[in-house]
Ligand binder design. Structure first.
Ligand code: DGL
Length: 248
């Protein structure tokens, strides 16, 4: 039975799976949360690449015919090598700087992402392309991944953590903020509550879902399965994964 594999360092990639299932509801998905090794954000590119390969091997052994790297950090560290090593299509996350640069009215774009994503050449090259047109202010969403993995999405403590990284972007004049980590959309209701309605947040997940649909079509991979649904797997305890899955 053919499936589509989706993986992340933790439960964040469920924000991508949510968008994928909106446009491809009849597929069978295997979602892998590597929560025994979460967060990836401060780990070396070599470590994240080794984990990405091990997870891909597992997903292939379970019959996956395509893999979505639903993690910006793993995409930046590993997707080029995965594409060279395996004969299946991979779809990864793109830092959504392009739509942010064309949408900003203030001329300042904020980017929230992990340290691994921000220092990777994939992001640096994208940023360079828009450096003349807009000012890009970036911050690590310090502690955001832990909030999501602890299902602490709305508390005063969560608000304090989120403000600490978001406020400097607002102070710099950003009116458009790119969510460059797949965990962060789970904090979007909180971010909306503490910012003015003029602030526009961009989640690249819907574009990634559309890209997957195109890639599957181009690869000739059958678009319907006789057993649609989602199998959840993880390298550590699965309580958060199961609870967040109910929210998507
Ligand atoms: N959700 C991931 C990302 O998109 C990884 C976060 C982390 O593990 O640090 O970057």
């Amino acid at each position: 039975m053919a499936s589509i594999g989706v993986f992340d360092s933790g439960s964040g990639g469920l924000s991508v799976l949510r968008e994928i299932r909106k446009i491809l509801p009849d597929e069978r998905y295997i979602y892998f949360s590597d929560n025994a090794y979460c967060p990836y954000g401060e780990k070396t590119a070599e470590f994240v690449t080794a984990r990405s390969r091990a997870i891909t091997d597992l997903l292939l052994s379970k019959g996956c015919r395509a893999v979505v790297v639903a993690c910006n950090t793993a995409t930046a560290a590993a997707i080029a090598e995965l594409r060279l090593s395996y004969d299946i299509p991979f779809v990864g996350m793109e830092p959504a700087v392009k739509p942010a640069a064309s949408g900003t009215r203030s001329g300042v774009v904020g980017v929230l992402a992990t340290a691994g994503t921000l220092k990777a050449s994939k992001y640096q090259n994208t940023k360079e392309q828009y450096a003349d047109a807009v000012h890009i202010e970036e911050r690590v969403g310090q502690g955001f991944v832990e909030l999501v993995e602890n299902l602490d999405l709305e508390s005063p403590h969560a608000e304090c953590i989120v403000r600490a990284s978001l406020q400097p972007l607002l102070d710099a004049g950003a009116d458009t903020i790119v969510l460059g980590c797949t965990h962060y959309p789970f904090l979007l209701p909180l971010m909306r509550r503490i910012t003015s309605p003029d602030i526009h947040f961009i989640d690249p997940a819907p574009a990634v879902a559309r890209r997957l649909a195109d890639v599957l079509k181009m690869s000739g991979i059958p678009l319907t399965d006789n057993n649609p649904g989602v199998e959840l797997l993880s390298s550590g305890p699965d309580d958060t994964l199961k609870k967040l899955f109910k929210l998507i």
